[in-house]
Ligand binder design. Structure first.
Ligand SMILES: Nc1nc2c(c(=O)[nH]1)N[C@H]1C(S)=C(S)[C@@H](COP(=O)(O)O)O[C@H]1N2
Ligand SMILES: [Mo]
Length: 467
């Protein structure tokens, strides 16, 4: 288990490695206040290139800290390009003295660093049955980084936040495409004032990469990723909750279990807070073919604001379970690595499983509760491994688009949908006619130029082609 600390040291040494031998540590400063950093995301799965939605292949998650180039990206709209010198953070609303802060002023405030696991609420959405609309994340919309910045509470206190403030609204520089609403989220005052809620300007010792919110983002630890607003430009304290759709209809969960496939009115939902208990097998990779001999099973487990108490693993499809060893690296809001050494008794195909238990006694379910937006998938994880057998080659899939190109629906999609976002966002959905009609109507509301004559034809085409 020594490798955990070794890997961690390597990550942070990478940061220190920028100091020129003999130079004072202070030479680090200008580097970190400098321009935008972009990192190569070449190894990630492209769910959508525009807007940018990238998933980490989970077998690449080998260290407690996720390197910046492997960290998943979830952006609703186009990535804004921000010049650090011109950028300001506005703090207003129910405050005694509204502020406008430069990046330099923010960096002059007392700094704090926290290792926090971020996970998209929709991670695992692809596994819900019946299918639900949205980015079809499988397992890799999750990662862990060391975030350095200032406490949101310090900034709010400097602005003289009023006792009337019950919520803090966070807004970034990204704008809704066409008529789509601005992505604004609302944090309840207790969480906003908690000393662990940060405004971060560094990720793993580097200035925030552009995709991750340069120059400043919120880190709301232990809560689903959408609270952690990127490219932050405005913080507004308010007595009321925000009225926008990303607070009033998105990121909410049915108060009572919903029948699969049904709609749930927003009035019967609550906002997502905290995170469920969950684990993820990162080694061996799913469907890996491995030789006979010792096999190392590894992965991560996390539970939002709560602690992981144990991870049990099964190598026989859930018939028997054994406790995995937990890694030494631990911080309150960070995932815990787990490991299990095992020698398969004979050649064959094995179903490996992991099941985490947290400090509140929550245990991962076999089947998570279905919900209309496909949030919080946390089923007991499973991976198939083939030991001592060579897997037959997979037959080549038919080329994409075969047989559909001449359909008039395809040209409506090209003209009306792909104008704003990549075709891949459509291709990954599996919806019926009603589901597609809801999506098309939402997009018309957001400014898609679909004419009334085109609407039903488009819905029928989408439902025929993508379900
Ligand atoms: N301004 C802004 N902030 C945002 C988003 C966004 O679209 N715009 N996406 C949110 C969502 S849904 C998630 S899961 C996290 C993802 O952070 P990452 O891209 O750094 O992994 O950012 C959040 N912050
Ligand atoms: Mo998300």
């Amino acid at each position: 288990m020594r490798h955990w600390t070794a890997v961690r040291r390597r990550v942070f040494l990478g940061t220190l490695g920028r100091i020129v031998p003999g130079a004072a540590a202070a030479t680090l400063l200008p580097l970190s206040v400098g321009g935008q950093q972009s990192v190569s995301k070449a190894r990630l799965i492209v769910r959508s290139p525009r807007p940018e939605d990238l998933e980490t292949p989970v077998h690449l998650l080998t260290s407690w800290i996720t390197p910046n180039d492997l960290f998943y990206v979830r952006s609703h709209f186009y990535t804004p390009s921000i010049e650090a010198g011109a950028w300001r953070l506005r703090v207003d609303g129910d405050v005694g003295a509204p502020l406008e802060l430069t990046l330099g002023e923010i960096r002059a405030l007392p700094a704090a660093t926290l290792v926090v696991t971020l996970e998209c609420a929709g991670n695992g959405r692809a596994f819900f049955d019946p299918p639900v609309a949205g980015v079809q994340w499988e397992k890799g919309a999750v990662g862990t980084a060391a975030w350095r910045g200032v406490r949101l509470a310090d900034v709010l206190r400097r602005a003289g936040v009023q006792p009337s403030a019950q919520y803090v609204w966070l807004d970034g520089a990204d704008l809704g495409v066409a008529k789509a609403p601005d992505f604004i989220r609302s944090v309840p005052i207790d969480k906003a004032m908690h000393p662990d809620t940060l405004l971060a300007y560094e990720m793993n010792g580097e200035p925030l990469p552009v995709s991750h919110g340069f120059p400043l983002r919120a880190i709301v630890p232990g809560w689903e990723g959408a609270y952690s607003i990127k490219w932050l430009t405005r913080i507004q304290a308010s007595a009321r909750d925000h009225e926008g759709p990303f607070v009033q209809s998105g990121y909410r969960f049915p108060r009572r279990p919903a029948a699969p496939g049904t709609l749930v009115p927003a009035s019967e939902t609550d906002p997502l807070r905290g995170m469920p208990v969950k684990s993820l097998i990162t080694a061996p990779a799913d469907h890996a073919a491995v030789p006979n001999g010792d096999l190392r099973m590894a992965g991560f487990a996390w539970a939002g604001e709560d602690e992981i108490n144990r991870v049990d693993v099964s190598t026989d499809g859930g018939r028997t379970w054994a406790a995995a060893e937990l890694g030494r690296d631990r911080e309150r809001y960070a995932w815990r690595q787990f490991e299990f050494g095992w020698r398969p008794p004979q050649s064959g195909s094995y179903l490996l499983m992991s099941r985490a238990t947290d400090s509140r006694g929550r245990v991962q379910p076999i089947a998570p509760e279905w919900n209309p937006a496909g949030y919080l998938w946390n089923a007991i994880d499973r991976v198939r491994v083939n030991v001592g057998v060579t897997t037959p080659p997979v037959a080549a899939a038919p080329p994409p688009g075969a047989g559909g190109a001449a359909d008039p629906g395809a040209s409506i999609v090209q003209a009306r949908c792909v104008a704003c976002h990549d075709l891949r966002l459509i291709e990954q959905q599996r919806l019926d006619v009603d589901g597609w009609r809801r999506e098309v109507d939402k997009m018309i509301g957001w400014g898609a130029a679909v004419t009334p004559e085109e609407r039903e034809g488009l819905v029928a085409y989408l439902a025929r082609r993508y379900r």
